[in-house]
Design a protein around this ligand. Sequence first.
Ligand code: PLP
Length: 367
Amino acid sequence: MRVYNFSPGPSALPLPVLERAAAEMTDANGTGQSVMEMSHRSKDFKPIIEKTEALLRELMGIPSNYKVLFLQGGASLQFSMIPLNLAAGETGSPKRRISFVDTGVWAKKAAEEASKYAEISIRASSADRGYTYIPDAPHPNPADAYYHITLNNTIVGTRWPALPETGAVSLVADISSCILSEPLDVSRFGLLYAGAQKNLGPAGTTVVIIREDLIGHAPAWTPAMLRYDIHAAEGSMYNTPPCYGIYIIGLVLEWLKGLGGVTVMAELNREKADLFYNYLEESAVFRSPVEKPFRSLMNIPFIPTETDPARRAELEKRFVKEAATAGLVNLAGHRLVGGMRASIYNAMPIEGVKALIGFMKQFETAL
Ligand SMILES: Cc1ncc(COP(=O)(O)O)c(C=O)c1O
């Protein structure tokens, strides 16, 4: 029996994608091979990576002056690659400055890594209220190398309601937990990056979308595997790319296109999130800790209204356990913040959200 999986990542994939991958497991496209067995440079794999890139370009409306790279190392490696390639400069050159907005764990990690290569400036932070909102973002200094934001904050469940104005300074965004969930104007960004394991496919592939003028500025000492210019020149084939992951991403993108693309997906995501937030507003037992204008469509944390710490912990434990028994799994909140969290990425059907709400109502009544 399939469960409804509310994991923040790796996350549920669309069932038709899994079924197709299963059907093609031992013989993909009549080649007599699994995609896992294909040489990445073969005539069999080439159309797979080309199709995946073309679909991503089409669905996201990626302009022609941007490169799409399929890399490894997760979003976390981008925390290092981006400052190395965009800000580090040659040895002896003055340190460049990067602006960051601190909206939680991932934003902070990105800034910490960047501080090894550049001067960082935390322009705003929402730490004062437990990261339950997105702060106003001050304008960058025009000399900044770039301005970094985390568009959707997976752990605390916030999302930027509008993009900050950064003038001539390139906006760089971590879109790991919201890629393809809503339309995004790629031309507003210098660079976008996402680990695949939430809205795109299995863990192991990282998608980087980079404006061409930002390529080619890595210092000479940068390891080859960490250079955008090399990956771009080699069409993501400087070394063996994560072939199977790229293939699954292609299937996910085909599925998304078949549903009507990102605009239709955004409507579905809005409907799912509204259902759940509206239920939380009415609930006597659970509530959202996030301030209304900043609530994520993808990751919805919820906490008991109970304030006694011991009773609260007991209730959380019981809830997560009983939900799992009912086939609603991975609802525990992140270990750093506790509580519960429902991650409802693109692949979560509305029936899953309805089943969760139904279970929560029953749980309330049984208390
Ligand atoms: C917004 C965001 N950025 C970065 C990461 C880290 O990604 P990875 O594990 O692919 O390095 C995550 C992981 O959940 C995330 O949600």
